[in-house]
Design a protein around this ligand. Structure first.
Ligand SMILES: Nc1ncnc2c1ncn2[C@@H]1O[C@H](COP(=O)(O)OP(=O)(O)OP(=O)(O)O)[C@@H](O)[C@H]1O
Ligand SMILES: [Mg+2]
Length: 266
């Protein structure tokens, strides 16, 4: 089957405002340094790396929120690297994102039902109200939560609303960027189990950005390790965890605390 993403030699530079002179343009800093990889349909891929390694920047490039300086991004065989916004419109529904901090990504003045229904209405989906309620069912939240405001939910519940909003659109691909880092371990486990179940039964493809290899190990089929804007390792989780090839991956693995044998992770 065709790959969802085919990324070839992706380079991306951003203006380094910290080193901007008083007059003149800020120097550009290369954040992504020639990344090549594919993501197959149905795959759950983890993207791991230290702070500043370029994970979120890569995510924004996949979503075409940022335009690469060099290289190509193909989505189901179509080159979307430099497509103008008007031509990107059909892809904006098919490619969804779940953000790290639901307190800032969910409009605090809107009720949960509106939050989930808004993108459905934007994209002209029929029966947005019913679709939003069904999405609440799918993430295991009572339908009555549609009338609540984000601040009336727990962190884990808010993150489930973020998942509901993304899956309600029936996208092909979801990017999740550090979506459980603010949660306690048991809410993390719940949110990840729901995400994994829905991704599998809706046949979606997921890229899951995290700095936490133990989370990636439990969730993902495959892992891409980023170090300073480059891929240092890319392979099936089983292989990478049993036999890491890159020194940096070995360092990351050594930093994982011993797994708790009694934990009932999914
Ligand atoms: N809008 C921006 N303009 C300029 N530089 C940026 C911008 N966003 C990120 N950077 C820089 O790009 C590099 C990679 O940042 P990025 O946010 O992709 O890292 P990350 O791997 O997601 O880190 P973290 O784990 O902390 O979220 C960093 O050096 C950062 O300072
Ligand atoms: Mg980030």
């Amino acid at each position: 089957m065709a790959d969802i993403y085919d990324v070839q030699g992706l380079r991306l530079s951003l203006a380094d405002m910290a080193r901007k002179p008083l007059f003149g343009a800020a120097p550009r800093h290369e954040i992504l340094k020639g990344l090549t990889f594919r993501i197959a349909r149905g795959e759950i891929v983890g993207i791991v790396g230290g702070s500043g390694s370029g994970k979120s920047t890569l995510g924004r490039a996949l979503l075409r929120l940022l335009e690469p300086s060099e290289g190509r991004v193909l989505f189901e065989g179509t080159d979307i690297t430099h497509l103008p916004e008007s031509a990107l419109r059909p892809y904006r529904r098919r490619i969804q994102m779940i953000f790290q901090d639901p307190m800032s990504s969910l409009n605090p003045r809107h009720r949960v039902g509106q939050i989930i229904a808004a993108p459905l209405m934007l994209h002209g989906v029929e029966g947005p109200r019913e679709a939003a309620l069904r999405a609440l069912d799918e993430v295991g939240l009572p339908r009555g939560f549609a009338a609540r405001y984000p601040h009336e939910l727990s962190g884990g519940q808010r993150q489930r609303v973020g998942i509901a909003r993304a899956i309600a659109l029936r996208p092909d691909f979801i990017l999740a960027d550090e979506i459980v880092s603010g949660l306690d371990v048991s809410s993390q486990a719940q949110v990840l189990a729901i995400l994994k179940d829905r991704v599998r039964d809706l046949g979606l493809t997921l890229a899951f950005i995290s700095h936490d290899l133990s989370v990636i190990r439990r969730l993902c089929d495959r892992v891409i390790v980023l170090y300073q804007g480059q891929i240092v390792e890319d392979g099936p989780c089983d292989r990478v965890f049993a036999d890491p090839q890159a020194d940096y991956t070995r360092e990351l693995l050594a930093a994982i605390p011993d797994p708790d044998p009694d934990s009932d992770w999914f």
